[in-house]
Each structure stands twice: as C-alpha cells, then as structure tokens.
Design a protein. Structure first.
Length: 147
C-alpha cells in the first residue's frame, strides 16, 4: 500500500493537523517524529527567492519512496511512515515536504525520519526550480544534511 503522495501546491497546516489527528487513535505509538520542509526566502547572488517550483518523475519517485520505506521498516521498529511532497509552485514560507514517522519509542522514529529525509534528497527524482522575485530562476541543488 502506498503511503506517499504528491500534493499540488503547498502542504497546508490543516492537512498536517489532520494526519496527526489520525494517529491519535493508534495506542501502540509512543513517539511521532515530524519533519516539515519550508521554502526559504533566500537572498542568492542571482536574486531573492520568491518560491520553488517542484517537478518530479512521479512514477519513479513513488517507486523509490516505497523502496526506501521497505528498507526503513526492516531497519527500525517503526509503526508508520508517510511522505507528502509538493508539486508546482510553493511560495517562500510555504511547506513543501511533510514527513511523518511513528514508533513505540522516540529513538527509532527520530533515526528513521532523519534517514528518510536524506534518502529523499539524494535518491528521489524530485527537482526544485528556485524562482526569483526579479526575472529568472535556477535549479535547486540539494545539499544533503547541511541544507
């Protein structure tokens, strides 16, 4: 069953809240690790970033995320793992990535979430085009853990 999903535009607070509420009924969970990726209003040499326009090779990205999920479920005693990523334009301040990992205890939830984030950045065919306030854009480079 696929637990990963692309969302057009920014990921709303209401959506994040609804996902958290769904997990309150699961009494075998003692820890929820959440990561929210937000578009920064960076000042770069080329100009100030007003947003990022995301594209993906969707079928391949979903397959890759499922492979990563399988590895993480075999490596850590986690209960749930969900990934939601934006497609299209997300303005500065908007949420473009929502990761939700649940486990009985905090350490596996934390470790799985961190590994998942790095795997998404390094292995999943999702691209971001930084759009500048002035004219122009540049393709975003994922910098891994120091990003």
């Amino acid at each position: 069953m696929k637990r990963s999903l692309f969302i057009q535009g920014p990921i709303s607070v209401a959506f994040v809240s609804a996902q958290i509420r769904k997990h309150q009924l699961k009494t075998n969970i003692g820890a929820n690790q959440i990561f929210l990726g937000q578009v920064r209003h960076d000042q770069l040499t080329e100009g100030k970033v007003s947003g990022i326009e995301y594209t993906a090779y969707e079928e391949m990205a979903l397959e890759k995320i499922e492979q990563i999920r399988e590895v993480l479920f075999n490596k850590y005693p986690i209960r749930c793992l969900h990934v939601y990523h934006s497609l299209g334009l997300v303005n500065a301040g908007g949420c473009s990535l929502f990761i939700y990992v649940s486990a009985t205890h905090s350490e596996p939830a934390f470790l799985a979430c961190q590994e998942l984030l790095q795997s998404i950045k390094n292995e999943v065919p999702i691209w971001g085009k930084e759009v500048f306030e002035s004219v122009g854009f540049q393709w975003k480079i994922n910098r891994g853990i120091r990003d």
